[in-house]
Design a protein. Structure first.
Lengths: 222, 466
């Protein structure tokens, strides 16, 4: 065991020493400045319309997510009840300990669970920490695996996104998410899962999430 | 992974004669259209390319410092970092981690470096049940074949072949003719069960972020996120050049990578920092990151340093006329296409892979479409030069070059000889402009006509022009 540790330590040192020596003559290489980065991001977003929410909705729909708009978070249980109304004895997994968990689900006739089920009739309800207008992506940020599991395993993934949390770029969204402390899981999710691996034909869904429905809430969620 | 680069010529001939493969390969024309659409639609793409290249150059120039920082931040976030100088050490780390966790079942998302180090075979030999969970890789596991493309590993497999493979493996009664949707549904169901039962999930990494200790993964199917969300242990196997300084470097690069691969943005861009907290349905309590060198640090700072900028988008192979003709498996190792022909001699050895840099028309499109401007054609030429300098050459080419040198260093004799040969070839073509057969040049004329000279040399025609 001691010998194994010694070997591990020596591999680390050998790799780093070798790498360091071989690039010594390149150390002056500059990283792009903040101005250069800002200029690129400005060029990348130059064609975006001024209505960030409308653009997010358009891009999200283009990624095969469904989108509905609500004026208040209190409308979420009823909206979700509508989405699963045709299903047989549906259960909605609500993993978050936050705002969604405290909503009056029972009043809307929605049966909730903590653990996700992969039955096609079941759904999950999770909250996005942010949205990205340039791509129509949702930012799912979580410390525990409950939220990613609900996102991945459910028959239908319903994501609540407050309009005020829609950022223009990935970088803006990252800054917003990091300002609350970088969590162990930050997933930029753009539409349902997909694959082109079977005879190069695009198939949606692949392994999960199967369907995504975004509820964009106008009311400020902060 | 076992290399067959030494028999590249035979591999290529077999690929040209493989009807199923030849039926599948034209799909890369669609990949080219996707690339053009995704890059052309983005205002500022040229600027993004320029800054992306600068980020990669900066990352490589500071790779040792960034890796040291990454080790500290990743471990502070709860991951454990392991260093592997070569393939054997990478396999050993993963086997040790699995053994320490008393694991039995392993799920593995698509990762080129795990192919490179032969990880699945090593795990299976040690008695683990291993499932490739990317649907394309799963198809190839069932077919017992290596990947043929860095992004679309099973692009050479037709619908009927996959139907047969699934029917045999899953015991499903198929009379053939199942759709891609049906096959994905069936494969996903099988793989979902394996994810739920697995003890260890293995993934690669697209980027390693020094500032935060994060691993960034770009995927579409959801299998990589399942592999990092359900098993109790997540092992990342990543090569050392994947490190970048900050998340804002990674975000610019993931735009470039997905656009160059033909997609505006991948379905999942997952930033994983530490193992996270276990959930209602389980999930990792441990995260291990194996940093693999396997010859890369020797390429740093040298003639082939720029190849390490590669972000594995596959654009160079999608646009390569050679790849289009023979597919990826004929290249004989992990990385096909122009980037494969550059990195394979560097990561394995030139002696066995000297034919790969010859497999290029040097048309230059690979460099044009590369999102980080890797000068692939000039690197292929460098390998060709080194092959001539360092390896014994076939007697026929040595003899032919010696003959050419003899004539070329005697201008009068050269002019006389070329005018005689030009006249002779013109006469042999019987005015058709092409030659169908020619002694000593059957390698050329067996598959295409040789353009015939017009009867006089260029020098003579120039003189007559006055």
């Amino acid at each position: 065991m001691a010998a194994a540790r010694l070997k591990v330590a020596s591999s680390r040192d050998t790799i780093l020493r070798n790498a360091q020596a071989r690039v010594a003559h390149l150390r002056g290489q500059a990283s792009p400045s903040q101005e250069e980065r800002r200029a690129v991001l400005s060029a990348l977003t130059s064609g975006l319309p001024s209505d960030r929410t409308a653009h997010f909705v358009e891009r999200a729909r283009a990624s095969d997510a469904a989108v509905s708009r609500l004026s208040s978070v209190s409308e979420v249980p009823a909206a979700l009840a509508d989405l699963i109304s045709g299903a047989a004895e549906p259960t909605v997994c609500v993993p978050d300990a936050g705002a969604l968990r405290d909503l009056p689900w029972a009043e809307a006739g929605v049966r909730t669970a903590r653990a996700p089920s992969s039955r096609h009739d079941d759904a999950s309800a999770i909250e996005a920490a942010a949205g990205v207008a340039e791509s129509g992506s949702l930012v799912i940020s979580a410390a525990s695996h409950d939220t990613p599991q609900a996102m991945l395993l459910s028959g239908q993934t319903v994501v609540v996104l407050f309009e005020s949390a829609i950022a223009t770029t990935f970088e803006d969204a990252l800054r917003a998410v990091r300002s609350r402390g970088l969590r162990s899981r930050v997933v930029f999710l753009t539409g349902p899962s997909r694959t082109g691996d079977i005879a190069s034909r695009l198939v949606i869904p692949a392994q999960g999430p199967r369907r995504i429905h975004i509820l964009v809430v106008e009311e400020d969620g902060s | 992974m076992k290399s067959t680069t030494e028999s590249f010529g035979k591999n290529a001939r077999d690929a040209l004669a493989d009807r199923r493969l030849q039926r599948s390969l034209p799909v890369i024309h669609e990949f080219r259209r996707d690339h053009e659409r995704a890059t052309g639609a983005l205002p500022g793409y040229a600027e993004l390319k320029r800054i992306g290249r600068q980020i990669r150059e900066h990352s490589l120039a500071n790779v040792a410092t960034l890796l040291t920082e990454f080790e500290q931040t990743a471990e502070a976030a709860g991951a454990r970092v392991h260093w592997a100088a070569d393939a054997e050490e990478a396999r050993r780390h993963v086997l040790d981690i699995c053994a320490a966790r008393d694991a039995r079942r392993v799920v593995k998302a698509k990762s080129m470096v795990t192919e490179e180090v032969g990880l699945r075979a090593a795990l299976q030999e040690a008695g683990y049940r291993v499932w490739e969970t990317d649907i394309g890789e799963y198809v190839l596991q069932l077919a017992d074949e290596p990947p043929g493309h860095v992004v679309a590993p099973a692009l050479h497999k037709g619908l009927d072949e996959i139907d047969e493979l699934f029917a045999t493996a899953h015991g499903t009664a198929s009379e053939g003719g199942r759709s891609a949707e049906q096959l994905v549904e069936e494969g996903s169901g099988v793989l979902r069960e394996q994810h739920a039962a697995a003890d260890v999930g293995i993934t690669g990494a697209n980027f390693l972020v020094a500032e935060t200790g994060s691993v960034v993964l770009l995927t579409n199917e959801g299998n990589a996120d399942l592999a990092t969300s359900l098993p109790r242990c997540h092992i990342v196997v990543a090569t050392l050049e994947k490190v970048v300084r900050g998340l804002e470097d990674a975000s610019l690069l993931w735009r470039l990578l997905s656009r160059a691969a033909g997609q505006e943005v991948t379905t999942f861009t997952s930033v994983l920092t530490g193992p996270g907290e276990r959930g209602e349905s389980g999930g990792p309590e441990a995260m291990h990151i194996v940093l693999v060198d396997n010859g890369r640090s020797d390429l740093l700072g040298g003639e082939f340093h720029d190849a390490l900028r590669c972000v594995r988008c596959g654009a160079c192979m999608d646009h390569c006329p050679i790849y289009e003709s023979i597919g990826g498996q004929a290249y004989g190792w992990v990385y096909p296409g122009p980037i494969g022909a550059v990195v394979t001699p560097g990561l394995t050895n030139l002696e066995e892979s000297a034919d790969l840099p010859q497999a290029s028309t040097l048309c230059g499109v690979c460099e044009e479409v590369c999102p980080v401007d890797i000068p692939l054609p000039s690197m292929l030429q460098k390998w060709r030069r080194r092959a001539v300098e360092e390896l014994p050459q076939p007697a026929r080419s040595t003899w032919a070059l010696a003959l050419w040198r003899y004539f070329a260093s005697r201008p009068k004799l050269y002019r006389l000889a070329t005018s005689v040969v030009a006249r002779l070839l013109y006469l042999l073509s019987f005015g058709r402009g092409t030659l169908r057969r020619l002694p000593l040049l059957s390698g050329w004329t067996a598959s295409r006509d040789l353009p015939a000279p017009e009867g006089q040399t260029f020098q003579r025609a120039w003189r007559r022009r006055g």
